[in-house]
Structure formats: C-alpha cells, structure tokens
Design a binder for this molecule. Structure first.
Ligand SMILES: [Zn+2]
Length: 353
C-alpha cells in the first residue's frame, strides 16, 4: 500500500490541510478498479470504521498477490468538515463559511476529463479545490463508493436508476434493506458528480455490469463499533471480490437481494408541522400500515391538547428517524418508504438539506 498526502493551502495563511490517500496497485489491467471514501460529512464515522478494518484485509490480499484492480481509499475525505466544531458540538454537514452542505455543488462534468478542475494550489476557495481533488481521485475508477450514514437508520443505498439493476450485489453484500433510486438531480452530490459522466455515455456503451456508483448510508451516526466496522469491512471486501477487484476463492456472494427498491418519489419525508419535543412510536425497520401513529410532537408541555400526532400517509417501511428529540417547525422527522408516489412531497433534488 502506498500512502499519498495531498496538501492544500488554506484560504488564509497558516491553515494548510492535507488529504490522506491510500492506494493499492492492481496486477490485472482488465480488472475493475475501486474508489472508496468516507466521512465527507466529517463526523459520519461508520464508513470510516469500515475502512479502518478493510485496509488490513486489503493489505493481506496485497501481500498474497491477490489485488487485481487498482484500489484508492480516502478514509477522511473532508479535513475541513472534520475540524468544524462550535461550542463543543461537531458541525460536519455544512460548510460554516457558506452554509452549503459539503455533499452538494460538486462539478458535473460532461466526461471523465478532470483537467479543467482546480488543482490543490489553484487560486480558488479551499472547498472547491478539495471537491475537485476528490472527484479527480474518484473518476478514473469503475466503482465509486461514498460512505456516509444517516441519523438513526437502517443500512441503505442511494443509486441512480440506471445503475440499480447491476448494483444489487452491493446491497446484498452490505445487508441493505433498501435502495433509494434517483433519476433527477441530487443537487450535485458527490455520487451524482461521479455518475454524471457515466450517464452521458450512450446506454449500449456504458458497461454497467462493471460500474458501481453510490452513496452508502451505513446506519446511524452513533452506530460506531469495532465489531460493526469489521462486519461492514467484510461486506465491502465481499463486494470487491465479487466484482473481481480482489481475488479470494473463499468468498462467495449470494445475489438474491430481498430488500426494497424505492424511487425517491415514493419516499415520504415526514416533517414537523410545529416545533417541540417528539415521542416516536416507530423505529427504523418497522413496517406500518396507512394511518399508523408514527410520532407525537408535544408543543405545549403539560397540556395534551397541544400534542400533534403524525400518522403514516401510506403503508410502508420506516427507514430512518432523527436522533435529536427536539424539533423545529418544518424539520425532517423520519423517512417512510411507500409502495406508491407520495401525495404530499413534490421534489426534484436531494431529499434533505
Ligand atoms: Zn453524509
């Protein structure tokens, strides 16, 4: 394994950051290559835990001459987000300078040519240079896995619709219960920026069986345990073996995906009509019928007349819920995966801010 440090001058003097890139060289030029990054949102650690345990597995494979395709890993993809704290709280989702979500506004390139993107020393804002560097690292690979997590959640994947059929192997390998399939913009998330050049290729020339581009949501923010990390690493490893990136005759993948494939239009984002304290009546993984009680928002503590009961707009599976039990008006409360299009949510773009 080779370790590369990419250095970026800060936007003001004395604030240099560095990106740590780990590379394994493949022995077979025909083999698929893979790029895995985690913690684009700084404090989202289940994916980082998975990579922590995956790297030694890959090193063993390298020592035994079993790495077939090039593999690039960036376990801490966003040193800016990693270092954003305010009043003892970590703030990894939004750039505190611009209030822009770190996983939005990536360049959507017409092809795989990244030569026009700013270099680490370009006269551009750091976050633009960092995003350019991540895209430049990822795009040469057939497989791009961007490892995130939700708040409280099951394992699930975001996948562009055109990729879904050929990526159920990943969903099986990672024990995902759902695939959320998108076909409009995801507000230029990293995943979309990596899928975009592929989607510009005529459908009969893309070789989708070789490709995979996704945002992996590895459960919730607090689901960070050594055992779980090792299990997730084993899932990623199994997928890499299945795709021929790594050779390992002892690993087999069952290809029978039993989970849901849900278009984004069928995702009910249950929102808080008013602020207050929330009591949940359901948890991720629960299957509910239409009209089932999902949560109660207490708007007048001490007076039950102020309680607002949120119910299921259609039958479905609870995928996520928020961990903070204090809500503001309009906040996302939970995601329910329905069988039919949501009657209330009209969207083009990402599900969440
Ligand atoms: Zn994230």
């Amino acid at each position: 394994m080779k370790t590369e440090l990419i250095k970026f001058a800060g936007d003001v003097p004395g604030n240099e950051i560095e990106l740590r890139v780990l590379r394994f060289s493949g022995s077979d030029e025909q083999a698929a290559s893979a790029y895995l990054q985690s913690s684009l949102h700084g404090g989202e650690l289940p994916g980082q835990a998975a990579l922590h345990f995956l790297v030694p597995m890959l090193q063993k494979a390298a020592d035994e001459g079993r790495i077939k395709g090039n593999i690039t890993l960036v376990p801490q993809a966003n040193p800016v987000a990693s270092n954003q704290w305010q009043a003892y709280q970590h703030q990894g989702r939004f750039d505190t300078f611009s209030a822009v979500n770190f996983n939005r506004a990536f360049p959507l390139l017409p092809d795989f040519d990244t030569s026009d993107l700013p270099q680490p020393d370009a006269p551009e804002a750091l976050i633009k240079r960092l995003k350019a560097a991540l895209l430049r690292l990822a795009l040469p690979h057939d497989i791009v896995l961007d490892l995130h997590c939700d708040d409280e959640s099951e394992n699930y994947l975001y996948i562009a619709e055109d990729f879904v059929e050929d990526m159920k192997d990943l969903a099986v390998a990672l024990n995902c219960t759902a695939i959320l399939a998108w076909d409009t913009t995801a507000d230029a998330a990293f995943e979309e920026a990596c899928a975009h050049p592929v989607l510009q290729i005529p459908a009969d020339k893309r070789n989708m069986k070789r490709r995979a581009v996704t945002t992996v949501e590895f459960r919730g923010l607090s689901d960070v345990y050594a055992e779980q990390g090792a299990e997730d690493a084993a899932g990623l490893y199994k997928f890499l073996v299945h795709r021929g990136v790594v050779e390992d005759a002892s690993v087999q993948l069952n290809l029978d995906y039993q989970g849901l494939v849900t278009p984004l239009t069928h995702v009910e984002m249950i929102r808080a009509p008013q602020g207050g304290m929330v009591f949940f009546h359901v948890k991720p993984g629960d299957v509910v019928s239409e009209g089932a009680k999902l949560a109660t928002i207490v708007t007048l503590p001490g007076n039950p007349e102020g309680d607002i009961v949120l119910t299921a707009p259609q039958a479905g599976r609870i995928l996520t819920r928020r961990s903070l039990r204090y809500l503001r008006r309009g906040d996302d409360v939970l995601k329910l995966l329905g069988d039919k299009p949501s009657a209330v949510i009209k969207r083009a773009g990402a599900l969440e801010a």
